[in-house]
Design a protein around this ligand. Sequence first.
Ligand code: PGA
Length: 259
Amino acid sequence: MAPPKRRPLIVANWKMNGLRRDGLDRARALVARASAAPSLGCDIVLCPPATLLIETRGALDGSQIALGAQDCHAAAQGAFTGDLSAPMLADAGCRYVIVGHSERRAGHGEQDTAVAAKAAAAAAAGLVPIVCVGERREERDTGRALGVIEAQVRASVPKALAGPLVVAYEPVWAIGSGRTPSRDEIHAVHALIHHVLDDHFSGGSGTVRVLYGGSVGARNAQEILAVEGVQGALVGGASLSVEDFWAICAAAGRLDAAA
Ligand code: PGA
């Protein structure tokens, strides 16, 4: 059965980019575009670096664009130098938080169990976790992508959560590389993720939005977002350009309007 059509979700992951001036200018420009648009047709989230959360929240106030963070700790508070907890992020005005991004899995040694604990902590604090999964190049080349992703979903997504959930399929080799899987490959992974969520997640896949991420840009957004089972995009590099990110949001909104 085809996954249900959902209002697309477009998430900007600014990563470790931007000083206050750049970030706020970008957020304000996006708010101006969103408020000038007759109807958005998609949900939009900005995930700036932690230093910009509070001021970005101010810039987004009263707009239809929500605030998100790029990571959280699994504990609510304590002696964890340099970390931020989910309740702190909620307190700063966040509604979403990315967990298990491949740059954190690779650069900070995060394992699936830690990612699941972060997702649970996020939901307990009232945030929507965006759980990232994705295969490495050699895993795809050796025909293991689907098995790897199924295992990651089962181990990184808690069986039950207090609130909504987002899962992002981000092939590690597609992130920042300008390369993307084919439409058929994206379709196969999204169908698998929906299927696994139906079996694994208490809310079933109908309550989850499954995004694609990895070299999404203004040029390929429409094509990728039109793939069955793709319910939005997690955008890195292209989200640093107001023009490009807005083009991606517009592509998502048009598809939603056409549905
Ligand atoms: P990219 O990054 O769009 O620059 O490939 C996506 C991500 O890492 O979330």
